[in-house]
Design a protein around this ligand. Sequence first.
Ligand SMILES: [Zn+2]
Length: 294
Amino acid sequence: MTAATIAFSGSRIDRADHIRQSPELLAGLMSHRARLLLLEGLDPVIGEDGALTWGSLADAAPDAELVFLGLSDERGCFAQVPAAGSVAPPNPRLWQALASLAAEDLATYGGARSMVDWHARHRFCARCGGATSLAKGGWQRNCGACKAEHFPRVDPVTIMLVEHQGNILLGRQPRFPAGNYSALAGFVEPGETIEEAVAREVFEEAGVRVRDVSYVMCQPWPFPSSLMIGCHAYADDPAVTIDKNELDDACWFTRAQVEDAMRAAQAGGKGEAFGAPPPFAVAHHLLNWWVRRG
Ligand SMILES: [Zn+2]
């Protein structure tokens, strides 16, 4: 598998760090054929051709903060930070729109969404409460009062397949569609490694002890700004104790059940035993990886 097959990865925009550092280069780019990614709040504006819509900087609100996404065909690409109060959480209409985008557009949108969302939520300094302003093309915010510098953050989340004698442990959260199961997941907490986070989350949610945690693949997830770190681990004792605050259910599925569910998921349906996560999700790719590994 290539990274580009994972949703929200594989943008072709050149991040051009040297331009972020230079107010002169940035100003030059903004005056010359610059492109603005059109957004409604945080949602994409999708054209009749099913692609993202780009305008010019003249389409931005006069007082809007602009994030420099990078270079494409020598042209600067920007996105506008939405006005306070114009940001809505992801809704079914958004998921439908994203499903129609080509992989490259999805990656460009995901990165831009995470960035402008971060700016919209960090207008005030976390240290002193003073107003902050955009700097370095949007890859930093500076506090006008205490001079603290703030940087866009990425939150690491572990997501893991736990294996016992050829079976895989999957769980379902209350918000999942009926019959759907996915890999267990949870945020990495301060002071722990990825391996420790995997072991802690699996024990907290399902009461299962794991060993030999290994990294498999990852996915940027722009809701709002996670990095999903896909892992695999083994369990020696399959006894499950479910944390009902986190999960509706967690249980073991056989290879044949997983293969069946993955075939059904490709066609947008559910398998006999369970519904697998959609191709959008890194859990889908993790299950494919496990099935192909044999
Ligand atoms: Zn401050």
